[in-house]
Design a protein around this ligand. Structure first.
Ligand SMILES: [Zn+2]
Length: 276
């Protein structure tokens, strides 16, 4: 126990406490700003790997569908958090029919795996709930929180360390932490926050509120035959579907006509060169 105290004090001294959009205080040793900078490097490394494996989807139908849905959500995200207008909002659509996953790094750099759409047979409203949930993790600085956890629990990930990824790209310890963080589960509290902010974004963007409930029902059902990657990094808060159904009812009045938001020009990453 003795050794834990200085680490905590040090952590508080470096970055202090932040407050999430729902008012929760967050202890961070990686500041939200440096999470954005380091996530950019982690994203470039990830996309380069995907590109060399020919896993970036460029099919126009996929690109149009994902960019339209995500673009509407981003319009609403920027309205609520104007400072995110300077983020590099981008999505890599990953050709991987077996994987049920999606994520958003700090700074609005996202990915969605084809498997989550095809295996769960998602409609546009459900895709909006997934992407809205992921965007909310970034808006609430959950990446910085997970990166802090990655650094605290992995001695090798000091800021001074240098790693080389599979493509020979050099990554600092903090950039590596951004990659490692993608595989760490969010806390249930963070999940509840992302659910709450995500359903609001989707409703404001013009998508059906009840899709949040059907989405998670599909996800839990898919979980029956082994845990999809998504559920291992997004543990289910208690009564998730019930809570989302209630939130949806309450928030429907934000956009009762389901008027579709303007489509923000999100960058769909179709080659690693775009990021250089
Ligand atoms: Zn989540």
């Amino acid at each position: 126990m003795k050794r834990l105290i200085p680490v905590t004090l040090l952590a508080a001294a470096i970055a202090g406490c932040a407050t999430s959009p729902t008012g929760r205080s967050q202890l961070m040793i990686v500041s939200p700003d440096s999470a954005i900078v380091e996530s950019q490097k982690a994203y470039a490394s990830t996309v380069t790997e995907l590109d060399s494996n020919k896993q970036l989807i460029t099919d126009p139908a996929w690109v149009k569908r994902i960019s339209t849905i995500t673009g509407r959500l981003v319009t609403e995200a920027i309205k609520l958090h104007p400072e995110t207008a300077k983020w590099q909002w981008s999505v890599a659509i990953i050709d991987d029919p077996k994987t049920l996953n999606a994520w958003c790094m700090a700074g609005g750099r996202m990915a969605i795996y084809s498997g989550i759409v095809t295996q769960l047979n998602l409609n546009d409203d459900e895709i909006a709930q997934i992407m809205g949930h992921e965007i909310s993790h970034a808006l609430a600085n959950h990446t910085a929180e997970r990166m802090s956890r990655a650094v605290l629990t992995n001695g090798a990930l000091s800021a001074a360390a240098v790693f080389t990824d599979n493509n020979g790209m050099a990554l600092t310890g903090t950039a590596m932490a951004a990659k490692v963080a993608l595989e760490l589960p969010n806390s249930r509290t963070a999940e509840s926050e992302a659910d709450e902010i995500g359903i609001e974004l989707a409703i404001r963007a013009g998508y059906r509120a009840d899709a949040a409930v059907s989405l998670w029902q599909k996800m839990e059902k898919a979980g029956g035959g082994g845990t999809p990657e998504f559920l291992s990094t997004h543990p289910s808060p208690k009564n998730r579907a019930k809570t989302l159904a209630k939130l949806g009812e309450k928030m429907k009045s934000l956009n009762p006509q389901q008027t579709k938001a303007r489509v923000y020009p999100v960058d769909i990453v179709t080659s690693a060169k775009e990021l250089q």
